[in-house]
Design a protein around this ligand. Structure first.
Ligand SMILES: NC(=O)N[C@@H](O)C(=O)O
Length: 179
């Protein structure tokens, strides 16, 4: 029997609120070191990316189009962090959850949704469950991940090959994003 989706509020992204799940990129010039400023340029530290033991960092271009606001499944990568930076003038809605202490599934008590605006990005801790939606249309993003995780994910999605580095989980209850 279909049950009514539970509301899932889309929250404003902040380093503090996202801290259990990962790191917010796009923090302004200030306390992060190393940092450099000169008339023509500024650069400053945001993060060190961990794609796991013997991992090969990989940059993907990703298009997101899912916009039905229904959250019914999440995905996780067991070996690598994963970062998403929206490109262009629209952000994305990123749904996250921590892994349950009792097993390889999301801890639904930690399920949250954040709006990642243009000019910001996030890097999820290894083992952070996630899904991504857009308000409408298509939003292209830069993604930083692990090469072997991508290769395995394509084989899983295209041919149903075994997924070791990633897992998918159908949620016991659907959620409706409150934008
Ligand atoms: N490529 C890839 O890993 N995609 C997913 O993890 C995703 O969140 O889009």
């Amino acid at each position: 029997m279909a049950t009514t989706p539970l509301p899932l509020l889309v929250e404003e992204l902040s380093s503090e609120a996202f801290a259990p799940y990962g790191t917010v990129w796009g923090r302004p010039y200030g306390d992060d070191k190393p940092a450099f400023t000169a008339p023509a340029t500024d650069f400053w530290h945001q993060d060190f990316f961990d794609c796991g033991d013997q991992g090969e960092p990989e940059v993907l271009w990703v298009n997101y189009r899912k916009n039905d606001r229904i959250v019914s499944s999440l995905e996780v990568h067991w070996l690598t962090e994963q970062a998403i930076v929206p490109l262009g003038s629209h952000g994305v809605i990123h749904i996250v959850a921590l892994t349950d202490a009792s097993g390889p599934r999301p801890d639904l008590a930690t399920l949250k949704a954040f709006h990642i605006p243009p000019g910001k990005g996030i890097s999820m801790h290894t083992g952070c469950w996630h899904a991504t939606q857009v308000a409408d249309g298509q939003v292209s993003c830069l993604m930083l991940t692990r090469g072997s995780t991508t290769a395995e994910l394509v084989a899983y999605l295209e041919q149903g090959a075994p997924a070791i580095e990633s897992a998918m989980h159908t949620l016991p209850q659907t959620y409706l994003l409150q934008i």
